[in-house]
Design a protein around this ligand. Structure first.
Ligand SMILES: [Zn+2]
Ligand SMILES: [Zn+2]
Length: 91
């Protein structure tokens, strides 16, 4: 009997309520139980996302992709501005 082992590796606990998790969230991969996740209809598969991901991104996974595009888009815009400013300086 190993009394020091409090966390069993394959018995993940829900991040919302601490109950036994049924699977990871499709977005943040935190373990969630059946009560703390919502089913999201994706393109070919039904995803389960936790309530905090559902609140931040809506029921579609497309919301997550928009965030990714924003993170890629802003550095490109900033780079473009730098190139324009530099071209003014070195005319
Ligand atoms: Zn839960
Ligand atoms: Zn999540």
């Amino acid at each position: 009997m190993d009394g020091l082992q409090f966390r069993e590796p394959d018995a993940a606990r829900c991040v919302g309520c601490g109950a036994l998790a049924v699977g990871p969230c499709a977005r943040c991969h935190d373990p969630v139980c059946g009560d703390c996740c919502v089913l999201t209809e994706g393109s070919a598969k039904t995803w389960a996302v936790c309530l905090s991901c559902d609140a931040s991104g809506g029921r579609s996974l497309a919301g997550g992709w928009l965030v990714v595009l924003q993170w890629i888009g802003w550095p490109i815009l900033i780079l473009l501005l730098v190139v324009i400013v530099l071209s003014w300086f070195f005319k």
